[in-house]
Design a protein around this ligand. Structure first.
Ligand SMILES: Cc1cc2nc3c(=O)[nH]c(=O)nc-3n(C[C@H](O)[C@H](O)[C@H](O)COP(=O)(O)O)c2cc1C
Length: 191
């Protein structure tokens, strides 16, 4: 299984990066081939809502970091995304990448049959312990993975992660991230 790991946090070395490292290390140990991208390094232009992609592909935005993501995605059926929650949603840089899937969303909607090509596994970090901390993020990512022709297989949210080293200090968080990585490596198609 080829897995694309996406680091969604603008902060290097924080909780999401730790969760991603753990999941990908465990996935690699389970036999997966792993590549990774950090959204903060991609420089992605936001969607202009020109609506070009309703009728025609490709998106007319000049080549930027989004293409690197889509090229990697097309090699990797499974995506493991690690992201913090910002105001209940993804950070702005990750949201820009999510919105750039609009061309794929239209392409998928235009097809009569639209096979699922893979799966998305998500590790999410939040400072709060509220029960609804990850609810909005889950809706957003479910729709994103639909556009990417992936099913959202699993979203695991970890609340109470305040400082950048909080995930590292919690043994059960590390273990949960590793188990998710192992499940991602074993993914063999939706049911
Ligand atoms: C702009 C901003 C908005 C945030 N909004 C939320 C929020 O809505 N809910 C929450 O639980 N935590 C929120 N947080 C806290 C982060 O999600 C939390 O610190 C997380 O562990 C950061 O992960 P990282 O180290 O991977 O960046 C916010 C942090 C920032 C900087």
């Amino acid at each position: 299984m080829r897995i694309l790991g996406i680091g969604g946090s603008p902060r290097a070395g924080g909780n999401s990066d730790f969760l991603l490292d753990q999941a990908l290390e465990a996935a690699g140990a389970s036999g997966a081939e792993v590549e990774r991208l950090y959204v903060r390094e991609l420089e992605i232009s936001p969607c202009h809502e020109c609506d070009h992609c309703r009728e025609r592909q490709p998106c007319p935005i000049p080549t930027d970091g989004a293409q690197r993501f889509f090229e990697a995605l097309d090699r990797c059926p499974v995506v493991v995304l690690a992201t913090p929650v910002f105001f209940y949603g993804p950070p702005a840089s990750l949201k820009a990448l999510i919105d750039r899937a609009q061309a794929r969303y239209h392409a998928r909607r235009a097809e009569r049959t639209s096979p699922v090509l893979g799966a998305g596994f998500v590790l999410a970090a939040g400072g709060s312990r509220r029960a609804d901390t990850f609810s909005a993020l889950e809706l957003i990512l479910k729709e994103w993975f639909f556009a990417l022709r992936r099913e959202l297989a699993e979203l695991r949210g970890f609340g109470g992660l305040e400082g950048p080293g909080a995930a590292r200090a919690a043994g059960e968080v590390r273990e949960a991230a590793r188990r998710l990585g192992e499940r991602a490596a074993r993914w063999r198609g939706g049911g």
